[in-house]
Design a protein around this ligand. Structure first.
Ligand SMILES: [Zn+2]
Length: 417
């Protein structure tokens, strides 16, 4: 915006993102997965930073790290600020981490005035958003929302270690997982700052945006079944080539999603038996479908299914589409969205861009227990889940100002009682 912005806090945030990357570097890049030694190390480092700010810190029974400062009086419901510290494999430095460290900077600014706030202020670092280790995302925030599932204890990582074993090795007591759940009356709301992980803010030349909703994905395992036969000996009229059929499905998925302004992706595809001289008799693939509104997403799914079935039938192939995951989308709270917009307006962007999140976030799980809202920060070229995730110092600086102003706006709207 051309205005002079203080960069000290923002520089500390960026430096600490680097620090956490260094603390959890592995031979294959930055990786911090749920209940790992890297997870314990960053929790300890961030707990130290929280303690410096005068926060009471604790790690809950799901491995989430919390810090709290009381408001006007002890025991008030908390406004929670945070994000996650876990990563995908070979990760960048900002996905999740930026939100946790920005929350700490906002607490640093407001802690001296906490006695004026009509709520307690809490910072949280969720333990498992990405689901990298146990293939189940949002374990940490789900536990906080009281939505832990007993069957998760028996999920295993690539080495065969169960969640239960990993939790015990981390020093947690699986029998006490229920203690991680927060009650709605303890909470006022949850605000999360996160990199956009997409190109929309950059394209609109905006540093920040207000998130309207977080899309819930539906995921499927698809199978196209044909017949494996000799590649040389089988003339075209006799072929039931599963890979050619699956290719038509992939193209239809892209075309239909574009037409309906949704997002659908085939991320994995494998042909069997996989011989150079064999017509593929079977293809297995994944399908991930998202949209701003669940109803539109569900229409897109049915359209994809119908078109794919027709394309396969025309080639004498059969299609099986099995749902393996379905999450409802979550709308951000209207009042908290207004506070986020008011916060961004303080930085000079009077009419902030509103956008829906195509990616999942902890706020989705937390929404089951308290109202949520999010602010997105522009990231270079929309790159995320990769080592070259980038944000600018100036964007982080206005992000902190907006985040702080949003919290003060919540205080204003709740202080008028
Ligand atoms: Zn994230």
């Amino acid at each position: 915006m051309g205005a002079q912005v203080p960069t000290t806090d923002a520089q500390r945030v960026l430096d600490r993102c680097d620090d956490l990357a260094a603390v959890s570097a592995t031979p294959d890049g930055v990786e911090r997965v749920h209940l790992s030694p890297e997870h314990a190390r960053v929790n300890a480092v961030v707990a130290g930073w929280m303690a410096e700010l005068g926060l009471d810190t604790r790690v809950d029974q799901a491995g989430n790290l919390w810090g709290r400062v009381e408001g006007q009086e002890p025991g008030l419901p908390a406004l929670v600020l945070g994000s996650h510290l876990d990563t995908v494999p070979d990760a960048g430095r900002y996905d999740g981490i930026l939100g946790v460290l920005s929350a700490l900077e906002v607490v640093r600014r407001l802690a001296p005035r906490a006695a004026e706030l009509p709520f307690a202020l809490e910072a949280v670092a969720f333990s498992d958003e990405e689901g990298t280790r146990f293939s189940t995302a949002l374990m940490g925030s789900s536990a906080v929302a009281g939505a832990w599932r007993e069957e998760w204890w028996d999920r295993t990582d690539a080495a065969g270690t169960t969640v239960r074993q990993a939790a015990e090795a981390f020093g947690l007591d699986p029998a006490r997982i229920g203690e991680a759940a927060r009650r709605p009356e303890e909470l006022l709301g949850y605000l999360e700052l996160h990199i956009e992980q997409g190109p929309h803010l950059e394209a609109a030349d905006r540093a920040l945006g207000v998130v309207t909703s977080i899309a819930g994905a539906r995921r499927f395992t698809g199978r196209v079944v044909g017949e494996a036969r000799h590649a040389g000996g089988t003339p075209y009229p006799r072929r039931r080539d599963a890979l050619v059929g699956a290719s038509e499905v992939v193209l239809a998925v892209e075309r239909l999603a574009k037409e309906r302004d949704g997002i659908a992706t085939v991320g994995r595809l494998q042909a069997f038996p996989g011989g150079v001289n064999v017509v593929p008799g079977l293809v297995e693939f994944s399908l991930d479908v998202r949209d701003e509104h669940d109803a539109d997403r569900d229409v897109l799914v049915e359209e994809i299914r119908a078109v794919a079935e027709r394309a396969c039938a025309a080639r004498g192939l059969t299609l099986e589409l099995t749902e393996v995951h379905s999450a409802p989308g979550v709308y951000c709270d209207e009042a908290l969205q207004r506070s986020v917009a008011a916060g961004i307006a303080v930085t000079g962007d009077a009419e902030p861009l509103r956008l829906w999140s195509r990616a999942g976030h902890d706020a989705m799980a937390v929404a089951a227990v308290t109202p949520v809202a999010m602010v997105f920060v522009r990231c270079e070229d929309g790159v995320s889940h990769a080592p070259d995730e980038r944000v600018t110092l100036a964007d982080v600086a206005v992000g902190l100002d907006a985040f702080e102003a949003a919290v003060l706006d919540v205080a204003r709207t709740h202080g008028n009682g």
